[in-house]
Design a protein around this ligand. Structure first.
Ligand code: C5P
Length: 439
């Protein structure tokens, strides 16, 4: 999934991986320059990141670069007092090991269980899941030995591959498959592996997002200012928590995630059809779309012309179906539903009324017109209400952080209900440091 990197310039720092420990292994390839950004992004998300460089990685990038962004000493040497003490503890304490870039040589060594330097020793000593981001020249990547080694790693439930991408390789090497996945994609892969231990792991989650467009004539429509950012953030955070996500979105003005099913719709009725088809199977649904309450009663087949309509035009409207209410009625027992309420006054009272009227479990209320919140903004300030619980007011936060909180509440509710019947799902094999992964 490539939408959005980690957190933006949130007012309230979002550290979803606070308390998590990561080992970032950097091998000797030109893509190592991207790993500094990766180390920074992972650190900004709250993780404690220990960087281990292979000997050849140091030809491309200096330990000091990583120390600057992680605030921790980067490690290189197995045969030192430090290395000898660390080679076991590093891997043992890690929730996830990420190797980026992973060279053909590292992949070969890992596939045969070698422990010939600090990085491979830590991998062998660890039971944590390993995310591997291969990066090499395309002919090295295509080599049957490399492919066989990769296949051997991937046959193990412990290993998760991200990339490589196809594109321009290092200067003069042309283009082909072998380019390291971008840091944002590697962050997402690590995040999903680390986040997949909870109740959302394997759960089916439906998210609605964006505006709807209701046609008036072939060239005009009735729309609203929703950007789709909140829906994308919700879909992304549910995915990072291990869910099988379907995002049903109106025409959003932000890039849509590509690691999950995305259903693009225009009108409220198209959105309703898509959501109702999914509702019965959903373990959770979040209705973040700004659905038009009304649509023109009649869609003109030809463009309305001023020369014919004159100086005044009256358009009759009819009510759209309530997607959230309709979907909630179809959702199974033990599932969790979350709505949004954008209000200009009486925020809490109105949101509570909608919570009850639509049969939702939770509702996220925000005030229209507040600076840095609501439509189009990157941030939001919300109050979360639920049946039988006290309202929870959150500070101004990045939409990713707000979405992380909301999906955390869904996870907690599903965990209590224990209602998710899990399907076979590749990321459920990751469980963090506590459980040793089979090789
Ligand atoms: O009643 P109101 O439009 O304010 O309700 C907002 C909540 O209901 C949101 O969760 C929104 O996505 C959802 N909704 C819906 N279908 C509609 C109108 C709103 O799903 N037609």
């Amino acid at each position: 999934m490539t939408s959005g990197g980690p957190v933006g310039d949130a007012r309230e720092p979002c550290a979803p991986w606070k308390g998590r420990r990561l080992v970032l292994g950097v091998c000797g390839g030109i893509a190592a320059y991207k790993s500094v950004q990766l180390a920074r992004d992972l650190t900004l998300l709250g993780a404690t990141v220990d960087v281990v460089l292979t000997g050849s990685a140091r030809n491309f990038v200096a330990p000091l670069s990583f120390e600057g962004v992680t605030g921790r000493g980067a490690l290189t040497d197995l045969f030192s007092v430090e290395g000898a003490a660390l080679h076991v503890s590093l891997g043992r304490e890690a929730d996830c090991v990420c190797i980026a870039p992973a060279t053909a040589d590292f992949i070969a060594r890992a596939a045969s269980g070698r422990a010939s330097d600090l990085l491979t020793t830590a991998v062998v000593a660890s039971g944590a899941p390993v995310v591997v981001a291969p990066a090499m020249n395309d002919s090295m990547f295509a080599h049957p030995r490399t492919q066989a080694n990769l296949a051997r790693l991937e046959a193990s439930p412990r290993y998760h591959r991200v990339g490589p991408a196809t594109g321009l390789l290092a200067a003069g090497e042309g283009s082909g498959p072998g380019r390291m996945a971008e840091p944002g994609e590697v962050v997402d892969a690590v995040g999903r592996v680390m986040g997949s231990g909870g109740a959302l792991s394997g759960a089916r989650v439906v998210v609605t997002g964006g505006p709807t467009r209701e046609p008036i004539d072939p060239v005009r429509y009735l729309g609203n200012r929703s950007s789709g950012k909140m829906g994308v953030a919700l879909a992304r955070t549910a995915w990072l928590r291990g869910a099988e996500v379907t995002l049903v979105t109106g025409p959003a003005s932000v890039p849509l995630p590509d690691g999950m099913e995305v259903v693009r719709v225009e009108t409220a009725r198209q959105m309703r059809d898509a959501v109702l088809a999914l509702a019965g199977e959903a373990d959770a649904a979040v209705f973040a779309a700004a659905v038009a309450d009304y649509r023109p009663r009649e869609v003109k087949s030809g463009k309305i012309k001023r020369s014919e309509a004159g100086n005044s035009l009256t358009v009759g409207f009819t009510a759209n179906p309530d997607i959230a209410a309709g979907a909630v009625a179809r959702m199974k027992a033990g599932s969790v539903s979350v709505g949004f309420a954008l209000e200009t006054s009486d925020l809490v009272a109105r949101a509570e009324a909608k919570l009850a009227a639509k049969g939702l479990d939770l509702i996220v209320a925000n005030r229209a017109g507040e600076d840095g919140a609501g439509f189009e903004a990157d941030t939001n300030r919300v109050t979360i209400l639920g049946r039988g619980v006290a309202p929870r007011e959150l500070p101004l936060m990045d939409k990713f952080a707000v979405a992380w909180e909301i999906t955390g509440l869904i996870e907690a509710r599903l965990g209590k209900g224990g209602g998710v019947v899990r399907t076979g799902h590749p990321h459920r094999k990751s469980a963090g440091a506590a459980r040793r992964q089979p090789e």
